[in-house]
Design a protein around this ligand. Sequence first.
Ligand SMILES: NC(=O)c1ccc[n+]([C@@H]2O[C@H](COP(=O)([O-])OP(=O)(O)OC[C@H]3O[C@@H](n4cnc5c(N)ncnc54)[C@H](O)[C@@H]3O)[C@@H](O)[C@H]2O)c1
Length: 271
Amino acid sequence: MAYNLLKGKKGIIFGALDEKSIAWKVAKIAKEEGAEFVLTNAPLAMRMGEINKLAEECNAEVIPADATSVEDLENLFTKAQEVLGGKIDFVLHSIGMSPNIRKGKSYGDLNYDWFLKTLDVSALSFHKVMQVAEKQDAINDWGSIVALSYIAAQRVFPDYTDMSQAKAVLESIARNYGYRYGKAKNVRVNTISQSPTKTTAGTGVGGFDVFYDYADKMSPLGNASAEDCANYCITLFSDLTRMVTMQNLMHDGGFSSMGISEDIINMIQPK
Ligand SMILES: NC(=O)c1ccc[n+]([C@@H]2O[C@H](COP(=O)([O-])OP(=O)(O)OC[C@H]3O[C@@H](n4cnc5c(N)ncnc54)[C@H](O)[C@@H]3O)[C@@H](O)[C@H]2O)c1
């Protein structure tokens, strides 16, 4: 059911790779809620993914941008404002990638060039997006910017390796830029800390199936799906959450407040 929550709003959605992507679901629901937006992804991902199918379904233009390239981001924000005919109201940063995870490196054997790449793609890109937007004065007053995070920013999940640091930096950037953008333009900046989700980025993490099941059994509501996450993103883009900023918002079915659950106890010590 649609509520017209984003009627008249213009957005930029980063990170829709295929139908499983969280950003894909956000785009579909944003469309239903009345938003107009452009879709963007790294040029390479565009060739691998199915973003043009989504663009057709949402009647949206695709503007390629490597989120680590300031030049690409400048072009993106300029073109997006031309295409949409005005300033931007919401931005979704749904980007994550670690070469160390891709290559199966353990935490004690990280390649540091790749570590820097992880930080650049998964965290600094968020700062770059906002710095470019601010310099172009591309965001409307009371705009909303959201990035997606994971609880490994605060707790240890061994196979998440250098992405844990990237998420900690991402969340810190949200707080610090949130202060700056809030003072300047009443723009709010938040991260959503999402349950494990079966997407390309998610399932690329070693042992994903185990920690997906573990989180599901720990959380009283079970894991939050990509659709649930997309719905939450939409509320943060809407005018109903105008005073929420500089937060890392747990969207995890209750996982982050749990110590142990009966389901886990029964697994370890069956009656
Ligand atoms: N899947 C999970 O379990 C989970 C849990 C919590 C948070 N997240 C976060 O959600 C976000 C979206 O991931 P997803 O699960 O939908 O997976 P996904 O693989 O569908 O999306 C990741 C996206 O990042 C894009 N990307 C990578 N490098 C880029 C670059 N240089 N420039 C621009 N885009 C680039 C990819 O092309 C892809 O579209 C990520 O930040 C991820 O860390 C995922």
